[in-house]
Design a protein around this ligand. Structure first.
Ligand code: PLP
Length: 282
């Protein structure tokens, strides 16, 4: 496997990350996961723009333009002959003596990227999943795709231990998102989801779903849902780069709607599949 390290392509055993890399010690960095279908990147532009924005928000100066970085990732795909899967990319503030203050200008950000296995969660997409409701105890800049994922990791594990596929996070009874996904409710044919503000990550899949709704006459409303309102939803679903669109049929012991995937979710799954085929065809 080839790994992109600061513009160079190295073998796995040639990669050495410094003990005092700030990603390792502080989680001081940002990342992206980009899906690859049929040897082509899906939604590359959106992922790149979000990556640049996340880096800017935490004041990391990326030494590459979007064009240069896109070229490097394309070369990485080619070298690894990746057909179906994903690319994980991260940048940290670099290596320096362990102090909270930013290091000096001579410290270079550490950018790495490599292929990861990724396949459609076909069973979950077909039958639907259950979620477990948990308090959102993360920080107030969830719009940054930060390497600091402890709140997300603990929530995902807790949901898993309770037998659920994903966590459904709420702040004081208002639903935000999943631990690694966005959440949507459907009522009377309209899709409701948390506004894209500092309390959620504006998912690339969320952007695509919004676009699909608008193009196909499905009302897309950025309105918060409450935990109490879950019982009155007709349908629910989650989205992410790796999950795509997955129906939610249960939250803890409570059924969503009829307890089976609903028609609006099914329609969006179909539209999303068509979009992948359209955008990744060569
Ligand atoms: N929300 C959180 C907290 C996430 O970690 C992710 C993805 O990892 C998402 C939402 C979905 O984002 P995307 O559709 O860009 O994968």
């Amino acid at each position: 496997m080839y790994i992109l390290v600061n513009g160079e392509y190295k073998k796995r055993d040639e990669v050495a990350i410094d003990l005092e890399d700030r990603g390792h010690q502080f989680g001081d960095g940002v990342y992206e996961v980009i899906r690859v279908y049929d040897g082509a990147f899906f939604a590359m532009k959106e992922h790149m723009e979000r990556f640049i924005r996340s880096a800017e928000e935490i004041k990391i100066d990326l030494p590459y333009t979007i064009g240069e970085l896109t070229g490097q990732l394309e070369e990485l795909l080619r070298l690894n002959k990746t057909e179906d899967g994903g690319i994980y990319m991260q940048v940290t503030r670099g290596a320096a003596a362990r102090k909270h203050l930013f290091p000096g200008k001579d410290t270079r950000p550490e950018l790495t990227a490599y292929p990861i296995p990724c396949s459609k969660p076909a069973k979950e997409q077909e039958v639907g999943i259950s979620l477990s409701l948990l308090e959102d105890v993360r920080w107030l800049r969830c719009d940054i795709k930060s390497l600091n994922l402890l709140g997300n990791v603990l929530a995902k594990q807790e949901a898993h231990d309770r037998g659920a596929y994903e966590a459904l996070l709420h702040r004081s009874g208002m639903i935000t998102e999943g631990s690694s996904s966005n959440f949507y409710g459907v009522k009377n044919g309209s899709v409701f989801t948390h506004p894209a503000n500092n309390l959620i990550l504006n998912g690339v899949t969320r952007m695509k779903v919004e676009e699909l709704c608008r193009q196909n006459g499905i009302e897309f409303l950025e309105e918060r849902l409450s935990t109490e309102g879950l019982v009155s939803l007709d349908e629910a679903f989650i989205t992410s780069t790796t999950s795509e669109v997955i129906p939610v049929i249960k939250v803890d012991e409570g059924k969503i709607g009829e307890g089976i995937p609903g028609p609006v979710t099914r329609k969006l799954q179909k539209l999303f599949d068509e979009l992948i085929a359209k955008e990744t065809k060569v």
